[in-house]
Design a protein around this ligand. Sequence first.
Ligand code: NAD
Ligand code: IPM
Ligand code: MN
Length: 364
Amino acid sequence: MANHKHVAVLPGDGIGPEIVDEGVKVMKAVGDRFDYTFHFSFGLVGGGAIERLKQPLPEETLTQCRKADAVLLGAVGGPRWDRNPPHLRPEKALLGLRKELGLYANLRPAILYPGLESSSSLKPEVLEGVDLMVVRELTGGLYFGDKRTEKTADGLKATDTLVYHEHEVERIVHRAFQLAQGRRKHVTSVDKANILESSRLWRSVVERVAKQYPEVEVEHMLVDNCAMQMVRRPADFDVIVTENLFGDILSDEAAILTGSIGMLPSASLGEGTFGLYEPVHGSAPDIAGQGVANPVATILSVAMMFRHSFHNEEAAGMIEKAVREVLASGARTMDVASPGALALSTEEMGDKVVEAIRRQQDDP
Ligand code: NAD
Ligand code: IPM
Ligand code: MN
């Protein structure tokens, strides 16, 4: 029987529409193989929504997402809106989606695909065996605490507050331990417990939760040290669990272990099977409209959608295998190509992945 799925597609700004096209193409190719029928509902988000509807996250888009089984998002933002007031910034849409949809667990896997060692600025021998997962708390911390700017006698004063409730820490830490159970059984909890009160709470919750997962090894690491160890001995990391802002920063750093930020996918999950899937990178205004962006992060986000929202590990594996084969064949977009080498366009890269998926289908 056909498997029907409703996917809300939010291309967004900059390179968003270019990479999302390739993600949808791959979703359809895998869907054919596994007998899915899709209903795609396209929605406005970010800068495009500000232009048309004067708000970054229209109620209609949110409703569309609520009705869907999963969301595929490109990216939002751009220089055109950088001077807007906070409520009229494209990035506000992401925070709204994450909070409103209860997506507190952000999974950001960083895997070095064979052949991409030379695309990274790090030495190949340092990168050997890199396969880590950043588990970023996504609906708390500095992003969502009270913020304000006030006039004082000494000039302006700006405040952001970092708040974590015990239950918010507990649920993300459980998620990290559960993921580690299916991996190399090692969790690095990253905090700044030598300074921050919220980090001290975080650490105590990790210690308590860890007792329920005796087969998983846990270590605590201060965030500054972690940023350094991640480029010194990245292959030693398995699951890294951390608060919202630390996770944002460390995951962009992790991208370089894979060759490019254009390689890093993400899944944002809550309690059920619903999820939002998007590349870790942004709208890349510097290359938008040129058709040169790497679509692999988005394509791998689609693989995560099959894994986490549709519970189809085989389909997810098929996409990841296709990406692996295409990269092993030497196909590269500009961001990971050797200097002077001919690079593929966004669309050509997507086509290659689709062809590799079709080849797998033809195999007996
Ligand atoms: P960015 O990730 O957009 O770009 C950083 C650098 O990486 C740029 O040089 C860009 O060309 C390159 N890059 C990014 N994605 C690429 C891809 N797929 N292929 C090849 N190269 C790629 O970060 P930024 O420049 O700091 O931010 C630009 C805008 O995007 C800002 O408005 C920011 O707020 C927004 N942003 C949005 C998201 C999101 O929607 N999830 C994430 C990060 C940043
Ligand atoms: C990301 C982005 C967002 C974040 C911004 C655009 C709000 O950098 O998804 O990593 O900081 O979470
Ligand atoms: Mn980020």
